[in-house]
Write a protein of this length. Structure first.
Length: 94
């Protein structure tokens, strides 16, 4: 387990990088050794963190869409799994 971490100037970039890889808030929280509610609180307290999170989620969603486009037509593509991940991770959009 990662030791709980205080917010610092590196947090926005780390959060962006995880979210851009289509990881969720649980992964961000685990990376920092905090609970999800702390991540949400940082979004309220630090505008630069919220901006990085929003940008990371957009990049992550675009990444998942690209995976879907590339998978279309392939017999091995598991559409149901892909769609479920989109629905759970990007509830606002899907």
């Amino acid at each position: 387990m990662v030791a709980p971490r205080k917010y610092d100037e590196k947090c926005p970039l780390e959060a962006y990088n995880l979210l851009a890889k289509s990881r969720g808030f649980a992964a961000v929280a685990a990376n920092f050794g905090v609970v999800r509610s702390t991540v949400y609180q940082w979004m309220e307290d630090y505008p630069e963190f919220k901006e990085a999170v929003d940008a990371g989620r957009t990049a992550g969603e675009a990444n998942m869409e690209e995976i879907g486009f590339q998978g279309m037509g392939r017999k091995s593509f598991q559409y149901n799994v892909w769609a479920k991940i989109l629905q759970r991770t990007y509830r606002d959009s899907w």
